[in-house]
Design a protein around this ligand. Structure first.
Ligand code: SF4
Length: 460
């Protein structure tokens, strides 16, 4: 049930936070695509209540900081961002709110710790945002209770706000029922709840109607989706929509990579040939301590099935370096796995002890849970990333001279350039006017240069 925490009436603000006919909001987003999507929904919801987004915090009547708790560093970044926003509050009475996973984990503690934060709310309360902003004029509060599956209303994308965009996120599920010992997400996002398939498909249809060509279905553990059908069936239902040209999804757990999902990759060309499949470690004992419920051999078996079903598919992953008890040998196994799988890209981080997790409770309790010294973990991370940089550069270089279909997303970094993505999710820059390459167009581009993290080319 929702949990209500009020810290009493507010002292008067220096200036009215909602002065002017149309008020302004600045959103600062940390973390994953789930957070990016939630931030978009917040802007859309406030847009319906006469709020306009601005790109500078000093111009905002409301600053929303949407947080991530996956790594300790993200929390430190939140505190330093809040420190910067304090002066705007002093100057123009800006209301400051904190959303997302840190808000959920810290609850009213955050209000006590940062006295100039006006309100705090967890991910399940996003739909109440306009009401909470009004309430913030009267009191400071934290809304961080869970919604169970019957109560929970998934935030809907506003198709009008997506008009003119090539891509959009569509929430398919939320929460996670796994108990990976390093991960705070089950504590901050709660149990899995899947959105009814009809609702997901209808949202995709309405987005396609306003010109969105690519939808990314999102959820913390999206391939365990159970909203009246399995995830593979959901993908096929979205693929059946005429205006949708490309489908992506994130993020997945290897144990939910079913045969049906592999077959969807084999049969459905609208499902893009890119799969983010986090492995976390190349060592079985480490995977067991992480509670990842697969072995390296089991992971590779799924990996090979995917490659066989969709030759050339780009598979990306996550690694953690320096997990408790990780030996040199365990780490070498991760490097070997990286070299064997030749991941298209990987996101790797030093292990960060998070509250409320199994690993932090056991840290240092036995030799196999020994803390890895930070300098050792950082050196391992750098080694892993150096190997990945080489592999990613080779993957990009292999596209040189080929023609790729690019979905145009918008302007490039330089005047007269546009940017878009290939089916394999590689960023491509090319020279063209907006008229020739409008957002949402699918255009052939000949790859003429491969950098470390993106391609450039010429329109065919
Ligand atoms: S699957 Fe594991 S790592 Fe992913 S969100 Fe759930 S608990 Fe965290």
């Amino acid at each position: 049930m929702p949990e209500l925490v009020s810290l009493g009436p507010k002292p008067p603000a220096a200036a009215p936070a909602n002065a002017g006919p149309r008020r302004t909001v600045f959103v600062h987003t940390f973390g994953c695509q789930m957070n990016e999507s939630d931030s978009q929904r917040m802007v859309e919801l406030l847009g319906q209540a006469a709020w306009s987004p601005v790109s500078l915090p000093e111009e905002a009547d409301l600053i929303l900081v949407n947080t991530c708790a996956v790594r300790e560093k993200a929390e430190q970044k939140l505190l330093s961002a809040l420190g910067r926003y304090r002066e705007h509050k002093a100057r123009r009475g800006t209301v400051i709110a904190v959303a997302g996973c840190v808000a959920q984990a810290e609850k009213e503690r955050l209000l006590k710790r940062v006295p100039y934060v006006d309100f705090v709310f967890g991910p399940d309360h996003l739909a109440e945002l306009p009401g909470m902003v009004a309430r913030a004029a009267r009191e400071r509060f934290a809304e961080t209770g869970w919604m169970d599956s019957e109560e929970y209303l998934f935030p809907r994308a506003d198709p009008e706000a997506a008009r003119g965009r090539a891509t959009a996120f569509v929430t398919a599920m939320k929460g996670c029922d796994n108990v990976c010992s390093f991960c705070i997400v089950p504590h901050t996002r709660g149990r899995e709840v899947s959105r009814p398939a009809a609702e997901v498909v209808e949202e995709c249809r309405r987005l396609a109607e306003v010109g969105v060509r690519e939808v990314t279905l999102i959820g913390q553990n999206v391939n365990s989706y159970r909203g009246g059908c399995d995830f593979a069936t959901l993908l096929r239902r979205v693929a059946a929509l005429e205006g949708v040209a490309r489908i992506r999804f994130t993020t997945s757990h290897p144990h939910d990579l079913s045969d049906a999902l592999v077959e969807a990759f084999r049969d459905e060309p609208k499902v893009m040939p890119h799969f983010h499949l986090p492995v976390q470690s190349g060592s079985d004992p480490v995977l067991a301590r992480m509670r990842r419920d697969y072995t390296v051999a089991g992971y590779l078996e799924r990996f090979d099935r995917l490659l066989a079903a969709r030759p050339g598919i780009a598979i990306t992953t996550d690694f953690i370096a320096g997990f408790p008890g990780e030996t040199e040998e365990d780490f070498e196994a991760s490097v070997r796995l990286l070299a064997r799988a030749r991941f298209d890209n990987s996101f790797s981080f030093v292990y960060s002890p998070r509250p409320h997790t199994g690993a932090v409770r056991r840290l240092g309790s036995a030799p196999e849970w020994a803390e890895v010294p930070r300098e050792v973990a950082v050196a391992r991370l750098e080694r892993l990333q150096a190997v990945q940089r080489r592999l990613s550069a080779e993957a990009l270089a292999s596209r040189l001279g080929s023609d790729v279909e690019v979905l145009v997303e918008g302007p490039g970094d330089e005047e007269g350039w546009r940017r878009g993505r290939t089916p394999h999710n590689h960023l491509v820059h090319f020279a063209a006017s907006e008229a020739r390459a409008p957002a949402g167009a699918l255009l052939p581009v000949r790859v003429t240069r491969a950098g470390g993290s993106s391609l450039s080319g010429e329109l065919r």
